[in-house]
Write a protein that binds this ligand. Structure first.
Ligand code: A3P
Length: 297
């Protein structure tokens, strides 16, 4: 299984453990290479829903909302979206989940199973300000020691992220590939969400997700789900109920999947020079593309 992993070194000499899949970096999960190879022939169900997102864009949040809506409940789910994570779970384990499954992936869109496209399953594509993604991913890698084994500083991690030497690879390329994929498959129903918009009006987004997925849920239940899925309510439940095995993977046993949950935290981390470099790179990479980036300047 160690063969699944590679390390990249930041300019300050700190190493980060990842997986490399045909030249693109992915999460360092045991068995990921074999699992991803089998994904093309993965058998889907007509009512499968797939959350497509670059790592740290709000996948857990969206998964929880969709899951609660699909079960018509305001009760939180004991467990995590990782139980329906394509690159972390074997097909037979995913098969054990009741329909509708809320599958999710941080892999690039070309890895989406063919059967998923053939059946025209629904996709929820969530984007987040990439500057906040860099910060969130840095903290994630530092805190999930067991996987990433990274002890560097944000300055070094920023360079890795800008070069695409982090899981999900280069953010700009990922966003462009998603646009290309969605354009190439106009029959596949897609709901586009932005983390920042969800922060501004969660109830409206709970309604959007319900409508898109054809979940018939009362206005009262939707309001209850929006309340249960505020950052503080969701965090409290998840931290209180996390299983000891999952908890032990985190630095000092402190489960930190729900770290800060805000828009614009990058301002506390980026230097002026880093921000200028990021903006220049963004202009260069996104020129002429359809990628819509919403971020607070
Ligand atoms: P931060 O590290 O900035 O806090 P993902 O689920 O794709 O891994 O994304 C994780 C990010 O989403 C983390 O961001 C996490 O705190 C945030 N998040 C999780 N649940 C949230 C919620 N209910 N409201 C707002 N942000 C949430």
């Amino acid at each position: 299984m160690e063969d699944d992993f590679v390390t990249v070194t930041d300019p300050e000499g700190f190493t980060l453990r990842l997986t490399e899949l045909d030249g693109v970096y992915a999460s360092p999960f045991p068995g990921i290479k074999e699992r991803v190879k089998k994904l093309k022939t993965f058998k889907c169900r007509d009512d499968d829903i797939l959350i497509l997102a670059f790592a740290k864009s709000g996948t857990h949040w969206t998964w929880e909302i969709a899951h609660m809506l699909s079960r018509n409940t305001t009760e939180h789910i004991v467990g995590e979206k990782s139980e329906q994570f394509l690159e972390a779970q074997d097909a037979q384990d995913l098969e054990a989940h009741k329909s509708p499954r809320i599958l999710n992936t941080h892999l690039r869109p070309e890895r989406i199973p063919d059967d998923f496209i053939r059946r025209k399953c629904k996709i929820i594509y969530i984007q987040r300000n990439p500057k906040d993604v860099f910060v969130s991913l840095y903290n994630h890698c530092k805190n999930l020691e067991q996987y990433y084994r990274y002890s560097g500083n944000f300055s070094g991690f920023f360079e890795l992220a800008l070069e695409g030497k982090v899981e999900s690879g280069n953010w700009f390329e990922y966003a462009k590939l998603c646009e290309k994929f969605l354009k190439a498959h106009p029959d596949v129903p897609v709901l586009r969400l932005h983390y920042e918009d969800m922060k501004m009006n969660l109830l409206e987004h709970v309604k959007k997700i319900a409508e898109f997925c054809n979940f018939s849920v009362s206005a009262k239940t939707m309001a209850g789900i929006a309340e249960a899925c505020t950052f503080s309510n969701m965090r409290k439940f998840k931290v209180d109920t996390v299983n000891p095995d999952r908890q032990s993977r985190w630095k000092d046993g402190r489960y930190n999947m729900y770290r800060k949950g805000v828009s614009g935290d990058w301002k506390n981390w980026f230097t002026v020079a880093q921000n200028e470099r990021f903006e220049a790179e963004s202009r260069k990479q996104l020129e002429g593309s359809d990628v819509c980036v919403k971020w607070a300047n």
